[in-house]
Design a protein around this ligand. Structure first.
Ligand SMILES: [Zn+2]
Ligand SMILES: [Zn+2]
Length: 124
């Protein structure tokens, strides 16, 4: 059955393309919402996320989802504050600050070294 619960309003809708998560009505709303965000950002490039929420009436989680899906251009959203998922530091793009990315890389290298060391111990 190609019927699905809408991720936003939870009504059942016919879903021939299974990747679709929103019902036609919510999808239309989403396009309108995105239009509002884009229009607002064009005129207020230094707006914060809160400004966008206040001005467009769209919830913060919704806007964050648009950003994650790449539907809002974060380079034209200079007042946007994303936070590092690890330390919570404000960042401009992605989901980790450069320090935490470096830390992760280091940890990965150490883990890798330990692994290869164990390997060579086993061989001895
Ligand atoms: Zn819906
Ligand atoms: Zn961080």
């Amino acid at each position: 059955m190609n019927v699905k619960n809408c991720a936003s309003c939870h009504t059942l809708f016919f879903n021939p393309i299974r990747s679709q998560i929103l019902c036609p009505q919510c999808k239309e709303d989403e396009e309108i919402n995105l239009g509002k965000v884009h229009t607002f950002l064009n005129n207020h490039q230094d707006a914060s996320l809160l400004d966008v929420v206040m001005e467009t009436g769209i919830s913060e989680s919704q806007i964050r989802r648009y950003i994650e899906e790449g539907r809002i251009d974060t380079t034209s959203f200079t007042g946007l504050e994303l936070n590092c998922q690890i330390c919570g530091l404000p960042i401009k793009t992605g989901n980790r600050c450069s320090r935490c990315s470096d830390e992760l890389k280091k940890e990965f290298q150490i883990a890798y070294l330990n692994l290869s060391r164990k390997d060579s111990n086993n061989k001895l």
